[in-house]
Write a protein that binds this ligand. Structure first.
Ligand code: FAD
Length: 64
């Protein structure tokens, strides 16, 4: 297989990197190699119904 961008691991970091690469250049071929089922891959698949974000005044915001 040939690709322009190869992402190994389809967790949060990998899938976000793939999306950002495609957004940066829609003509770019992006391939994710994931050893698990991509629909259930990554540590976040084990979380419950949401992702908590720590909002620290002066450091992070709800929008982030
Ligand atoms: C129960 C639970 C609750 C959580 N809750 C929160 C929360 O509320 N808020 C928050 O911010 N964070 C939370 N986290 C942490 C968050 O889910 C992780 O920090 C984040 O998902 C890590 O993403 P990652 O892409 O770096 O790694 P991972 O999600 O671990 O992804 C790595 C991927 O690489 C794949 N892989 C590994 N080796 C190979 C290989 N050789 N070839 C191909 N693929 C490979 C794995 O199968 C996996 O899919 C939680 C985690 C857990 C487990």
């Amino acid at each position: 297989m040939k690709t322009n961008v190869l992402v190994i691991g389809g967790g949060t970091a990998g899938t976000m990197a793939a999306i950002k690469a495609k957004q940066a250049n829609p003509d770019t071929e992006v391939l994710i190699l994931e050893k698990a089922n991509i629909r259930h891959s990554g540590a976040i698949a084990m979380s419950m119904d949401g992702v908590n974000t720590a909002v620290i005044p002066g450091n992070s915001t709800p929008e982030q």
